[in-house]
Design a protein around this ligand. Structure first.
Ligand code: PMV
Length: 308
């Protein structure tokens, strides 16, 4: 039997612009995890049990573009295994689905690791990352690759599409409160909408992406130097541009305002938007107050994480 896990992630700065080659900062969220366990089975075939999504199926019964099936098949084809042994791939995750916390990538990474270890041929991290990126395309259409990268390496990442992974140093740890709107919003649809809007008004969108680019670079300098006070205002600025990109929503805006009113230093949506999560930079002694304010403003779940 083999088990493997992968954490969730949040994007601190730079979502959407990152799809167009600009940088983004993202960090792992270890409070939530996806876990895959692969065990020998007396049933014939390769079975997938994922109670979170009420899935119980034999591999050949899954559609060719089903991300779980794709992850499992990619391990067999990469390792050149034509006749897979009878086994069950059991998947459990505490990462909310379609909420901007990287659940798809984390599940893929956990499955790739657990299955390749079960077959006694554990895949190297770079290959896991690359294979998870291919599976991300089934979730997201044209993903930047940020989710699989942060989730695979479980470290803060300064991510630029197509460039080698670059981690960054957090000089002074800081606390992020994550508020979930409870609104499910598949990233793929939002990314496609942004692409349509960008095609219609390329100059305007390029300007907004360039502003986000500057924010990301300043945020990285701020985090690396430990001068935390600039970070909150940078989050607020990034959120304002995401609103202009039309990827916020009334629910996200309500949570962002509630966090700021309760004393957060800054707040923004995180991930694909139109639902999912927002994040707030909060001094540790204010996290309780901000969490309560988020619940009062409609948050379905609040997570607190320290970035270090
Ligand atoms: O919704 P999430 O957290 O999976 O993040 C999506 C981030 C985007 O920049 C909108 C898309 C991408 O592939 O980078």
């Amino acid at each position: 039997m083999s088990s493997a896990s992968a954490p969730g992630k949040i994007i601190l700065f730079g979502e959407h612009a990152v799809v167009y080659g600009h940088p983004a900062l993202a960090v792992p969220v270890t409070q939530v995890q996806a876990t895959a366990t692969v065990a020998q089975s007396s049933r014939r075939g390769v079975w997938i049990e994922a109670p979170n999504i009420e899935l119980s199926s034999e591999l050949s019964d899954l559609a060719p573009d089903h991300p779980l099936g794709a992850a499992i098949r990619s391990v067999f084809s990469t390792l050149g295994i034509d006749r897979p042994p009878a086994c069950t791939v059991y998947i459990q995750s505490t990462i909310p689905v379609a909420a901007g916390l990287g659940s798809g990538a984390a599940v893929s990474v956990a499955v790739l690791r657990a299955l390749s270890s079960f077959l006694d041929r554990p895949l190297p991290e770079d290959q896991v990352n690359q294979m998870a990126f291919e599976i991300e395309k089934l979730h997201h259409g044209s993903p930047s690759g940020i989710d699989n990268t942060v989730v695979t390496f479980a470290r803060p990442v300064y991510f630029v599409k197509g460039r080698p992974i670059e981690t960054f140093r957090v000089a002074v740890p800081f606390t992020i409160v994550i508020g979930d709107t409870g609104v499910s919003s598949p990233t793929k649809a939002v990314v496609e909408d942004v692409r349509k809007a960008w095609k219609a008004e390329p100059d305007q969108f390029e300007k907004m992406f360039a502003s986000i680019d500057r924010i990301v670079k300043r945020a990285r300098r701020t985090i690396e130097s430990g001068e935390g006070t600039a970070l909150g205002p940078l989050m607020n600025k990034n959120h304002a541009i995401l609103q202009q990109l039309t990827v916020s929503s009334p629910e996200l805006d309500r949570l962002v305002s509630a966090a700021r009113s309760a004393g957060a230093e800054g707040a923004k949506l995180s991930g694909g938007g139109r639902g999912g999560n927002m994040i707030a930079l909060v001094q540790p002694e204010r996290t309780e107050k901000v969490s309560q304010a988020l619940y009062q403003a409609g948050a379905k779940r609040v997570l607190i994480t320290t970035v270090s």
